[in-house]
Design a protein. Structure first.
Length: 424
């Protein structure tokens, strides 16, 4: 796949630099010594976007391009968002003290900036008598695997008896997904679906608006808006506190370790009085205005595979198309969204990750959108499936009947279905 040259050189820069741990501002106390009061804190030193102009593009978008036909202001917002999305955080700007990566693009890189990633994060918790405890007092349920100093490193606690891995999800076309009205998603929750398929919407309280909304982002559909999704990622994946998530994660819940290494005043990401935006806003702009990947022209085999996709029941959960509602942004206004997902939680049986988030149970996983599948291997929430064929074979729970129909197809029919999915 050819990549936008501008995005390509940014991608190479991110990949070539690797991840260097920031120098800790002070050494930890020796064993037996008192840590004393918290270290003096300083304002975050965070660069602002350069407001680079982008030329309008009415051509079909390439990977990592913005949506077509954006206004000049929206193109600048996308450019600012791309700049922030690829910015490598450091300790002076608030990175850490514990984190998973030092930039958004470090994880969202597959198929172009904003794609899926090869990096898995770790979730953990404890189940006792059927009840899940996220072990929040011990740093759960998300492990931050890196730290600005080895003394602040976080580990999976001994108390955890559930440990799960989760892949980075792709971001292409998420503005269209955000623009789908709640009632369109809720219409997919109804009785009478074949094979005992049910599905439920994950109703969450959006931290940005305070309103109850349908969650749609993340493996458990745990966020409803891109700004909330952005703010959550900044604090939990990079340790950058912000106006919606102003509290630092303490390494394994240890307040004294946090006090020893947290030298930057919270919130670290603050609003620029000139633009009225902070970095989480810029990152959300990038995601909102990022175009989906264009499907490939179907071959004869792929065209035949579309029928097999329907006949096996794949489309019951992987809904081929939804529509956005009325939107102030023309590129998001009443548009078809060919995401191949109902955005609902489904009981996936043994495939579940064992983690509970909100009303999403241990066996619940949001239907993964299939658009962009061809550039997002490996598959499933933990990346256990190296191919689409393997991913289908691992399906369980509500998807078991559909999986069994797939297995009964002829070799040629299975290949046709796979060819179809790999055009999306």
């Amino acid at each position: 796949m050819k990549t936008n040259p501008l995005i390509h050189h940014v991608l190479l820069a991110v990949a070539s630099t690797g991840l260097t741990l920031a120098q800790a501002p002070s050494a930890p106390p020796q064993h037996g010594q008192s840590r004393g009061p918290a270290q003096q804190q300083f304002p975050a030193q965070r660069p602002r976007p350069a407001h680079r102009l982008m030329a309008p593009n009415s051509m079909p978008p390439r990977p990592s391009d913005p949506l077509p036909n954006l206004t000049a202001d929206l193109l600048t917002a996308f450019s600012d968002g791309l700049e922030e999305f690829t910015n490598r955080e450091d300790a002076a700007g608030g990175l850490g003290p514990i984190f998973n990566q030092n930039s958004c693009a470090a994880c969202h890189v597959q198929g172009g900036i904003g794609g899926a990633g090869f990096i898995n994060v770790t979730r953990f918790g404890r189940v006792t008598n059927g009840t899940f405890d996220p072990l929040a007092d011990l740093g759960g349920s998300l492990l931050q695997a890196l730290s600005i100093n080895p003394a602040a490193r976080e580990l999976v606690p001994r108390e955890a008896n559930v440990v799960a891995r989760r892949q980075t999800t792709p971001l292409f076309g998420l503005g269209l997904v955000e623009a789908i009205p709640d009632d369109v998603i809720l219409a997919g929750v109804h009785e009478g679906k074949p094979d005992g398929v049910k599905g439920k919407a994950h109703m969450v309280t959006d931290i940005v608006s305070g309103q109850r909304m349908v969650g749609r982002f993340g493996w458990k559909a745990q966020q409803a808006t891109l700004l909330a999704f952005s703010g959550d990622a900044y604090v939990n994946e990079m340790g950058i506190t912000n106006r919606f998530f102003p509290t630092e994660n303490a390494p394994n819940g240890k307040a004294d370790v946090l006090a020893a290494f947290d030298r930057v005043a919270d919130p670290e990401d603050t609003i620029d009085p000139v633009t009225g935006k902070s970095d989480i806003d810029h990152s959300a702009d990038f995601m909102r205005l990022l175009a989906p990947l264009r499907p490939l022209p179907p071959s004869a085999s792929a065209s035949a595979g579309r029928a097999a996709f329907q006949s096996t029941g794949c489309a019951v959960c992987h809904t081929p198309r939804m529509f956005t509602g009325t939107n102030d942004i023309g590129a998001l206004n009443q548009k078809p969204v060919d995401l191949y997902s109902d955005l609902l939680l489904h009981d996936v049986g043994a495939l579940g990750d064992g983690i509970v988030q909100g009303d999403a149970g241990p066996r619940d996983i949001r239907t993964a959108p299939l658009w962009g599948t061809r550039v997002s291997a490996p598959y499933l929430h933990d990346g256990r499936a190296p191919t689409v064929d393997a991913a289908i074979r691992f399906h369980s729970g509500e998807a078991e009947a559909s999986r069994n129909r797939y297995l009964k197809l002829s070799v040629q029919q299975r290949q046709q279905l796979l060819d179809f999915i790999n055009t999306l």
